[in-house]
Design a protein around this ligand. Structure first.
Ligand code: VGL
Ligand code: ZN
Length: 219
């Protein structure tokens, strides 16, 4: 029988920040704060490593509609170029100003049991690049930024990665897909996430599953 790696699970709590939560968040996800109870329940379990990520943007970040002339958040998008290889581009949706470094909107929600978190990873600091995934930017040739998260998980000999937080259809999705690509058995815990576009979540789930991530429920 092939050797199987020991079960060494990690939990990643993605972007559970004020700007993604009602009532005051600038990019509030519907019912975003309602994940609090199940996230804290998960944080009480004996994961080998518990990571929280933070969207951590400069005030003129490329993903803000206000950084472009005549663009509206949510409905408009722009083409973003790889700063290191301008032939590589992708279309990216525009957002209201959110999670600006040092503002209260960028704070992790106070309900989160922060004392259970081993490590906080910040992302989205390069104003030229949208970075939904807390692992690295979306470019291939070459990649500009890598948070080191994959290395940290490998150093701890993590086998399984559980992803929760906000938002299901953006940063949680991209985090989970990259974790699966890095070779971890990867799960999204559905009660512990909420989507920017709740109506699209069923289709989004199918897309995520097709990329090798399992979607599980706590009950
Ligand atoms: C996110 C939109 C813009 C997220 C971050 O955390 O899902 N979504 N920036
Ligand atoms: Zn962002």
């Amino acid at each position: 029988m092939a050797d199987r790696a020991p079960f060494r699970p990690a939990l990643i709590v993605v972007d559970f920040q004020e700007d993604f939560c009602p009532p005051h968040g600038s990019l509030a996800v519907k019912d975003g704060r309602d994940i609090t109870e199940t996230v804290n329940k998960l944080l009480a379990l004996p994961f080998v490593l518990k990571v929280a990520t933070k969207d951590w943007h400069p005030p003129d970040h490329i993903s803000f509609a206000s950084s472009h002339a005549n663009k509206q958040p949510f409905t408009d998008s722009v083409m973003i170029k790889n700063p290191l290889n301008t032939a590589e581009t992708y279309e990216s949706r525009l957002w209201p100003v959110h999670c600006v470094q040092g503002t209260t909107g960028a704070d992790l929600v106070p309900e989160l049991h922060l004392t259970q978190i081993d490590k906080v990873i910040e992302k989205g600091m390069d104003k030229r690049v949208e970075m939904y995934s807390p692992f690295y930017d979306p470019f291939n040739e070459p990649r500009g930024s890598d948070s080191g998260l994959a290395g940290i998980l490998k150093e701890k000999e993590i086998s399984d990665v559980y992803v929760v937080g906000l938002a299901a259809d953006y940063c949680v999705k991209n985090c989970a897909v990259d974790a699966a690509k890095e070779g971890f058995k990867t799960f999204i815990v559905e009660e512990s996430t909420r989507a920017v576009d709740p109506d699209g979540w069923q289709d989004c789930k199918e897309e995520i599953k097709a990329m090798g991530v399992e979607i599980v429920n706590m009950k």
